[in-house]
Write a protein that binds this ligand. Structure first.
Ligand code: CTP
Length: 396
């Protein structure tokens, strides 16, 4: 429920604007308050009257409306909300946000705020994929702006691909997660996930079979308990979770840097299958077959991200959880790994091919802490994630 919560809903000018009316209805039904802000272009798609009627609140449109300033200055308007939602976030609005523009009410509010912001992009597939838009999205990600979608599918313009705004119910679910007073609300959790790719040359890399499914499920479960999650992910097979701050990386070095920049955190969970080695010097050009036979790859050990964070004197999270991917003597090896890496808990799993766990939908884990080992029955990765998130919430 959203009782006592206020959402500032910025509606951009796109065909998906009509869906934002349904979003207003869902928020109101859950007991939340909505203040709609319509950009000039949004007026072409929805009327202030319909937004106002559904929100049962005044609709703001113009930066220079003196009545609005007398009632509530634009600074106050942006700060009084618990969450700012931009839906639909058009390519233009996204570009303005990334560039720090403040030339109308919507962009000024977004610049003036220190409130968390969630965007739901909607645009033509070519616009979404355009390098300029992708650059802007990466900038917003780095700024900590949360994003849901866009979804893939048939578009109003007749094309197919990513660009459709997420459905109002999906946006509402993320809003609810974000504002829920769950046991982890107010806690910052870093989750690493997926494999890392260590380049050999411009076309080849060292990798592993991790799909990122367990880390993704865990981030979702933690966010559902109210945590503010920074999700540092290597190139995973599954799509990243919604409603968390996604930081995409490729290599172990990049993952370590991303984790360091995300600190401080209350909890850190290392579910990534980090490549243990990297090639000392990545070849500039594609390595060619030659008379000298197969190339000798000179490998160096990657930094151990979990061990680095566990050993921090300053900024060590209160709870550090590692994973142990083993193929033999699972509990004994994982117990030794917990001590060696100095983490508080280690979640051990058997990744031998016959278990089907690595890259599969299920997991069978043993949680090891200072008290001992607790084996859980095999279950879906989603259920394992929920149980682990609940154990973490209990431990704090
Ligand atoms: N890990 C890490 N950085 C690395 C290697 C591993 O943060 N360079 C983390 C993983 O995310 C996981 C834990 O350490 O939480 C254990 O990873 P695992 O692959 O099981 O162990 P390794 O350290 O690689 O040891 P080994 O290969 O000898 O089993």
């Amino acid at each position: 429920m959203l009782q006592g919560k206020r959402i500032l809903l910025i509606v951009g000018g796109g065909i998906a604007a009509f869906k934002s009316l349904e979003l207003i209805r869902l928020i109101r039904k859950a007991g939340g308050a909505v203040t709609p802000v319509l950009t000039k272009a949004a007026h072409e798609f929805v009327t202030p009257l319909s937004a106002s009627a559904l929100a049962a609140d005044k609709v703001y449109t113009d930066l220079f409306d003196l009545t609005d300033e007398a009632e509530m200055g634009h600074i106050e308007l942006s700060r009084s909300a618990d969450l700012i939602v931009v839906a639909p976030a058009t390519a233009d609005l996204i570009a303005k946000m990334a560039g720090g523009h403040a030339d109308d009410l919507a962009s000024t509010l977004l610049m003036a705020t220190d409130t968390p912001v969630l965007i739901a992009p909607a645009m033509n597939v070519r616009m979404w994929l355009h390098p300029a838009n992708q650059r802007n999205i990466a900038t917003l990600e780095a700024d900590g702006i949360q994003r849901i979608g866009p979804d893939e599918g048939d578009m109003a313009c007749g094309e197919y691909g990513p660009g459709r705004m997420s459905e109002p119910q999906a946006i509402f679910d993320v809003i609810q997660t974000q504002l829920s007073d769950g046991p982890l609300s107010g806690k910052h959790v870093i989750v690493t996930s997926g494999p890392t790719h260590e380049p050999i040359d411009p076309v080849r890399y060292i990798a592993n079979r991790s799909s990122g499914a367990q880390g993704t499920a865990l981030a979702t479960a933690l966010a559902r308990l109210g945590a503010n999650v920074t999700f540092v992910t290597g190139p995973a097979m599954v799509p990243p979770p919604q409603g968390v701050n996604v930081v995409p990386v490729e290599t172990a070095d990049q993952m370590l840097n991303a984790v360091k920049s995300a600190l401080p955190a209350d909890i850190a969970i290392f579910a990534a299958a980090v490549a243990d080695w990297r090639v000392v010097s990545e070849a500039k050009n594609k390595i060619k077959k030659g008379k000298t036979g197969a190339p000798k790859l000179n490998l160096d050990e990657n930094p151990d991200i979990l061990a680095t964070v566990s050993r921090l004197r300053k900024n060590r999270p209160d709870l550090v959880v590692g994973f142990a991917a083993e193929t033999e003597n699972v509990i004994a090896n994982a117990t030794a790994k917990r001590k060696r890496k100095r983490c508080d808990w280690i979640v051990a799993n058997d990744v031998s091919p016959e278990t089907g766990i690595m890259g599969g939908d299920e997991n069978a884990v043993t949680v090891i802490d200072a008290q001992g080992a607790e084996s859980w029955p095999r279950a879906s990765k989603t259920d394992v994630a929920r149980r682990l998130a609940a154990r973490i919430a209990d431990a704090l």
